[in-house]
Design a protein around this ligand. Sequence first.
Ligand SMILES: CC(C)(COP(=O)(O)OP(=O)(O)OC[C@H]1O[C@@H](n2cnc3c(N)ncnc32)[C@H](O)[C@@H]1OP(=O)(O)O)[C@@H](O)C(=O)NCCC(=O)NCCS
Length: 300
Amino acid sequence: MSLVYRPARAEDLTAADALVVASINDLTTRHGFGPMATPSAPNLQLFSLKDDPDGLWIAEDDGDLLGFAWSWVCGDLWFLAQLFVDPAQQGRGIGNELLKLTLEHARTSAVAHKALITFTFNRVSQGLYIRHGLFPRMPIYFLSAARERVMEGLPEPALQSIPIDGSAATMETLAEIDSRAIGLPREKHHRYLLNDPATTGVLLCAGSDYVGYSYVSSSGHIGPLAVREVDDLGVVFAAALRMAADRSCETISAFLPGTCQSALSLAVSHGMRITFPMLLMASQGFGTWTRYLPRNPGFM
Ligand SMILES: CC(C)(COP(=O)(O)OP(=O)(O)OC[C@H]1O[C@@H](n2cnc3c(N)ncnc32)[C@H](O)[C@@H]1OP(=O)(O)O)[C@@H](O)C(=O)NCCC(=O)NCCS
């Protein structure tokens, strides 16, 4: 037995995804939610590795993968996208060591804020994050429903949509919306989504004013979504629901912060059900989103 911690390499990422899926499903099944995760190509992990390799770490023993941590930095924000330990190896200090390595990534990047999204029902992860100065800030619910149910009575879109392209003008508009919604521009992440063939992004306009943007994936998942003004959240989320409903997907889903009341009310009134309760944890001064719906706990 020789437990080592080392930087992750591109060839580790498929096995790391399998470990993450097994660890999530072990946790969600133990808590009565049933399995939540399915394997997928580690595209965002690979993108992060190329962008900033200091955030991805592996714990292994004689070639066996025991744990994986992945953080990314964007502007002033360090975000812990994943921290997972093999279920058979939990509780022996591996998660704590991996977290320390990724927090070193935050320290050397000299960020102002640190944040992550975890499972509300995981006492271990929350206790570990509190130990390292990341505190519970805001509930985030994963809601979903059958497409047919969401479509019932869905209003016709009140906004015009313009496909997001890679032009400087579009990136400037997105940067301005993100800066108001979450305090930082995320151009590299918009460019990542632009290259994802399974995702469509649009700017939403009222006349000649851009009020927000939304992405919708071919599976019917909404997010990220952001608005310039809190009062526009409901109408932008309604447009995103319509975009999702126009696809040939079976279900429609989204992550909705507890502070995004108009979107939550609309989701529930269209039959969407709380499937997984999640939680934003962050260092001081970050994390009350009233104008932003994250894509998932890894992308934010
Ligand atoms: C969360 C996870 C990564 C932690 O890794 P781990 O190797 O099991 O954790 P460690 O043994 O390093 O540390 C556990 C620490 O959690 C804290 N902890 C555990 N239970 C706790 C509780 N009920 N209340 C408060 N703190 C608690 C303690 O600080 C404990 O350390 P200690 O035993 O030395 O006091 C791992 O358990 C895991 O993969 N869980 C399932 C997936 C998951 O939720 N990942 C986080 C996604 S954001």
